[in-house]
Ligand binder design. Structure first.
Ligand code: AMP
Length: 397
């Protein structure tokens, strides 16, 4: 059995996991526990050609992980034969403390807990996942891999908000970014494939959450997510950039509380707010609706989505003084052929030319979708955050 890493991504009511062979990038087993703490939870486990689904109450993360480990033994692969050398945990917020992965000890756990104020929905469940995994797999080193780490060294011009310095420092307010593991993985793949160390890259991670980054050589220069993942691109349910005065206005005029505005902007906005559904496939489906209003809302949602993307591409090109490669990744970036075409059409003015045939794919491996002679290479590179976490975890054990 090759060396493997168990990658765990704990959400507030879910745990995603994968057993990864980091050398060949293969997920040997994977699964998802959902609806933890609800009346009926659901667990899906896949190993080789076998898939198992369980529906039963799952009280908490400890029970969830115990069920997962039982399934490894029942369905495979057996844990004592799986040769797990590390457990890699995805942690959303590493604050100022972490610019790379960290072996988890009491100090690291304490810092992740301290950073919960910056990521109240993400760090506490991740911490729970760590505690349970340490309890159930006490002999295996546990590694924290931070979504913010790749952006830890952003230059001050991108990291600082133009806010009162004392307040910003006192409350640790700056641009931390997110999806860093994906931006780093994708930009490294591009550099490997093109054999270039000094490429100026723009990576567009377009999933349910979405972010853009500007990367010069190996260094992240800017990214669209900010103190939290709310800033930047239009997302499935998040506004992305919005005038902060909207918050004051809603409080003063609509009498909404801070928590209500938080829910509005994080969960009821973006594609969902504009079109009525956060799933891009559903928004595309709305175009085929016989209802004029539904069609128009879907078109407007997409226009806002694409306009924001084009704006960031323009801004990042100017920031870096040029761009060599623009790469699409994540659910929408890898699969939405029309969106890639629409974005590239908007970039024709600076010489981007799409290869329509190449673009008509939903690739499993990296591809170039720009035509020969295009001023900028455009690529699609499937992201693999689990593999990236596994590789990073392996560097520490
Ligand atoms: P992710 O968060 O990376 O899993 O991406 C989820 C997003 O990808 C959702 O908005 C999906 O609708 C979108 N997506 C997945 N497949 C397609 C597709 N074939 N066309 C358009 N969007 C897609």
């Amino acid at each position: 059995m090759p060396k493997t890493v168990l990658v765990i991504n704990s959400g507030s009511s879910s745990i995603k996991y994968q057993l990864v062979d980091p050398d060949i990038g293969h997920a040997m087993a994977s699964g998802l526990v959902e609806r933890i703490g609800e009346d009926v939870g659901h667990l899906h486990h896949r190993y080789s050609l076998r898939e198992v689904d369980l529906n039963q109450p799952i009280a908490d993360h400890a029970q969830a992980l115990r069920l997962v480990l039982d399934l490894f033994d029942e369905v495979g692969p057996h844990l004592d034969e799986a040769n797990i050398v590390a457990v890699g945990h995805r942690i959303v917020q590493g604050g100022r403390y972490f610019s790379g992965p960290a072996l988890i000890d009491d100090r690291v756990r304490g810092l992740i807990k301290e950073l919960s104020t910056l990521a109240p929905l993400h760090n506490p469940p991740a911490l729970k996942g760590i505690e349970v995994a340490q309890d159930l797999l006490p002999d295996i080193p546990q590694v924290a891999v931070f979504d913010t780490a790749f952006f830890q060294d952003l230059p001050a011009q991108a990291a600082l908000y133009a806010l009162d310095r004392e307040i910003a420092e006192k409350y640790s307010i700056r641009r931390y970014g997110a999806h860093g593991t994906s931006h780093q993985y994708v930009s490294k793949r591009v550099a490997e494939i093109l054999g270039g160390k000094d490429l100026k890259q723009i990576v567009l991670h377009l999933g349910n959450g979405a972010s853009a980054s500007a990367i010069d050589g190996p260094h992240a220069m800017d990214t669209s997510m900010g103190l939290t993942p709310l800033e930047g691109l239009v997302m499935g349910t998040r506004t992305g950039d919005i005038d902060p005065a909207v918050v004051f206005h809603l409080q003063r005029v609509a009498g909404m509380s801070v928590d209500e505005v938080d829910v509005l902007m994080n969960r009821r906005s973006g594609l969902r707010g504009l079109a009525g559904d956060n799933d891009m496939r559903a928004v595309r489906e709305m175009f085929r609706s016989g209802d004029h209003n539904v069609r128009q809302r879907a078109r407007e949602a997409l226009d806002v989505y694409i306009n924001r993307l084009v704006k960031y591409i323009g801004a990042y090109t100017a920031e870096m003084g040029g761009v060599d490669v623009i790469t699409f990744t994540a659910g929408i970036g890898e699969n939405d052929i029309d969106l890639r075409r629409e974005v590239c059409q908007r970039l024709q003015f600076f010489g981007v030319v799409l290869d329509e045939d190449a673009n008509n794919q939903r690739p499993r491996d990296p591809i170039t979708i720009s035509a020969r002679g295009s001023s900028v290479r455009v690529m699609v590179v499937p992201t693999n955050e689990e593999l990236a976490i596994a590789k990073q975890a392996l560097t520490l054990v």
